[in-house]
Design a protein around this ligand. Sequence first.
Ligand code: NAD
Length: 361
Amino acid sequence: MKLSVLKETDKGETRVAIVPKSIAKLKTLGFDVIVETNAGATAAFTDDDYSKAGATIAQNASEAISSADVVVKINPPSETDLASLKDGQVWVSQLFHLLRPELIAALKEKGVKGLSLDAMPRISRAQSMDVLSSQSNLSGYKSVICGADNLGKIFPMLTTAAGTITPARVLIFGVGVAGLQAIATAKRLGAIVEATDVRLECKEQTESLGAKFLMVEGEGVKGEGGYAKAVSAEYLEKQKAVVNKSLSQADLVITTALVQGAKSPVLISKEQIEMMKNGAVIVDMAVAKGGNTALSKADETVVHNGVKIVGISNFPAQIPTNASELLSRNIDTFLTHLMAEGQFKWDMEDEITAGTLVTND
Ligand code: NAD
């Protein structure tokens, strides 16, 4: 079987789905690996690195797709990719099937088997294959570094001959994978950290990292399959009352709140931004899904009333080498799980196969 790795075509994307280190593993599964030229260039992996690892280089995407049984990319297929795909091929990438019904219809029409990386079930045995987790973890780290870079202040308390600097205050909305890594990173840099989430199980996790949990009275939300559900308008009002004091004192706010298959909830209104300190920074990690503040704009920095709102839609693309390494390991582990003796098993009794295979015959 032949497996092709495409160069990413989305604007601002710098990662690559498979790094040279995974080629040997893919060969043991029975794949001949083809890599589109320059696929790894922006993540610091050269064509030569792939060739040395045993891959063949294709001169463009259509050449890579035409000879493949399996095509791998990080982001959903472009129009051109779709045009090149043929009946019976297997496509592996994030497909965001709940948000992109037209794309799923197009794959189905083509007779392509679509494996959606972002549809991985949130069960322990799938953790090593979960691209949302691996990328969120790195994004949580990078969001704090980005916030620190945009602040006119440092994080730790510093006693100097010229006076004492008080520690920065960081407030984090959403304590999932990204939020937990953001808490840990901000703590390591010396900030005072507070966090809030609708899932009450996050309280203990937040406190175990040495941060304070801001608790919204009421029932909260039980995570379902690892995902939070949307909360009521009444709950969001209560949350505002709980966080407003911390918001008005915060130097850096990081928002990570996502709801599966829906727009992200607006957790910080314009009026709340006006309550914040001059010079404060918000890093909105949910901006690609609509944003957690009323003023966030994707891939722009908005300044309102002295508060900077930084919207970065693809944090992992800012750390493409590590992000690609983790993605590649996720994908080679996933393919190992799906295959036996050089063939796909297509075991629909298996939760991982059934959860990720979004188009099939
Ligand atoms: P996510 O990226 O879907 O959302 C980020 C966080 O935002 C979540 O914690 C969510 O509860 C929170 N949120 C949603 N609405 C909010 C609101 N109105 N106010 C405040 N916070 C809000 O979440 P995630 O990072 O994917 O993690 C969710 C859970 O799934 C975590 O407990 C994580 O450990 C678990 N998980 C399990 C696996 C696995 O077992 N394979 C993999 C990944 C994550």
